[in-house]
Design a protein around this ligand. Sequence first.
Ligand code: PMT
Length: 403
Amino acid sequence: MGMLHGRRVLLGVTGSVAAYKACDFVRRLQEAGCEVRVVMTAAACEFVAPLSFQALSGFPVRSAVFDAQAEAGMDHISLARWAEVIVIAPASANFIARLAHGLADDLLSTLCLARLVQTPLCVAPAMNHGMWLNAATQENVSTLRRRGVFVLGPGQGVQACGEVGEGRLLEIPVLLGALEQCVGPWPLRGRRVVLTAGPTREALDPVRYVGNRSSGRMGYALAQAAACRGAEVVLVSGPCALAVPYGVRHVAVESAAQMREAVLAEVGGCDVFIGAAAVADYRAAAVAAQKLKKGADDWCVSLVRNPDILAEVAALGVGRPFVVGFAAETGRLVELARDKLVRKGLDMIAANDVSEGQGFDVADNALSVLWGDGGVDLPRQSKEALAHALLDVIVARYLAKGC
Ligand code: PMT
């Protein structure tokens, strides 16, 4: 289950061209298991009709403070108490300014003011880049951050006016991931997690390589799950066609040698290391400088062993992180994984059966998680849900070790 599952989310929509994207956001929140209510400002109603949000959320959309149909005319209090999370997306420069100055001149600003301190308030700015960079907006945003408001984005790119710059509403999947990181609890707050993900490519010549089928999905889901628990996350990744989770630092590499170099540069002072990458065990003995030409019917490639990154991190000695490895096996899963756990000196290993189209480049997975004197089976589920389940196990073992 993701962190948003079962949450009551109040979505505030303010006056911005990006208001139409909030319709899709309602759907994505519902798919994540949220119950959604929508409150719109008058300006937002100029961009998108409230009926759209009513149809999508399945609940009446509120805009006015004094609504004769609302229970006891106290929507600002009842909605503020109902919400477990409040997210303003898109948040206009004007709304951010009103929020920063504590104005309560419509339903949305009033309920934000009336919210309980433990209710996370998240704003996803969307405006012209000039408005975003204006000192007034920047000061307002700093004020909100200082008060514990989560500011998600904005993104960079082409704007509605045709200009290019910072100020776009985050893409909806990214925004959803960012919101998931705001709800807590954050047992890894102040901790640093370094992960590897994806495949490596071992060059044969300038255009050919030896690779594998890893999509990176398992590792990227783990990076998001670690970020949701409050960790500062560094994701060292081989080539993948996935969006990097919000707030996660991405180090792009290609070969096992580059991955090793990046990991060793990042792992100092890190608290937890997770090796989810499918690192090539071998590389070409020599990489041709020119494209190799077709010749004989057979082509023999000489390969040499790559260093084992995971084992190297586990052998770092005093101050080394809590080290979690993966084992990709096509048989004798637990036996071979336990052997890797011991041989590589790991704290924990997550074993997956990768036979018959499982594990690699598919949407779901199942894991047998092992440590010194115990283990737990995590049943087949989406890699995103599985990553949360594995992170819960990692956090429990990591904290139990007194780290
Ligand atoms: O990316 P996806 O499509 O989502 O697929 C996910 C996955 C199947 C790739 C993932 O769940 C997984 O199993 N990752 C590890 C794959 C692997 O290389 O397993 P292994 O049993 O060969 O290696 C054991 C461990 O040593 C792994 O943690 C691996 O990262 C590490 N290793 C291996 C070789 C090497 N030279 N250096 C390493 O660090």
